[in-house]
Write a protein that binds this ligand. Structure first.
Ligand SMILES: [Cu+2]
Length: 147
């Protein structure tokens, strides 16, 4: 008769262990998702306001008319994400022009983008962002105006 309380203690201990394991898993998942979010990986999965990088004749990029950004000038509200897509066949970049006047409030650089590749940037500081393609710097020029 005196051994009766023991079986009731055992399930309680098991219940506590389960709770600790569940809490640990929840914390790990929350930290992992927050880490991915702040690293920008989740943000990259949804496209922002589109800018097309086009070549009117694929693989021809010799003038601002046959190869450029569209639109060339894009006005957006603060905290807007803009997504550039290379719809041309040649590699292009989306790179802030640090020598522009006024200088862009923040810098970004897509690096070389192959056909079909996308690059996104979220504009968290207001201002005019002059950017260009480092591969075709003389005529591939665009701007994002953030207000
Ligand atoms: Cu280019």
């Amino acid at each position: 008769m005196e051994q009766a309380p023991k079986p009731t203690e055992a399930p309680q201990a098991k219940g506590k262990k389960t709770w600790v394991i569940v809490a640990a898993v929840v914390i790990i998942v929350v930290v992992a998702v927050a880490g991915l979010y702040f690293a920008g990986y989740l943000g990259m999965q949804t496209a922002g306001t589109p800018v097309s990088i086009f070549e009117t004749t694929l693989n021809t990029c010799s003038t601002a008319t046959n190869c450029n950004f569209s639109p060339v000038s894009l006005p957006v509200a603060l905290n807007t994400k803009v997504t550039w897509t290379n719809n041309g066949q040649q590699p292009h970049t989306v790179t802030t022009n640090s020598t522009a006047s006024p200088a862009p409030p923040a810098a970004f650089d897509s690096g070389s983008m192959i056909q079909g590749q996308q690059f996104s940037h979220t504009f968290t500081v207001a201002g005019t962002y002059k950017y260009y393609c480092t591969i075709h710097p003389s005529f591939m020029k665009g701007e994002v105006i953030v207000t």
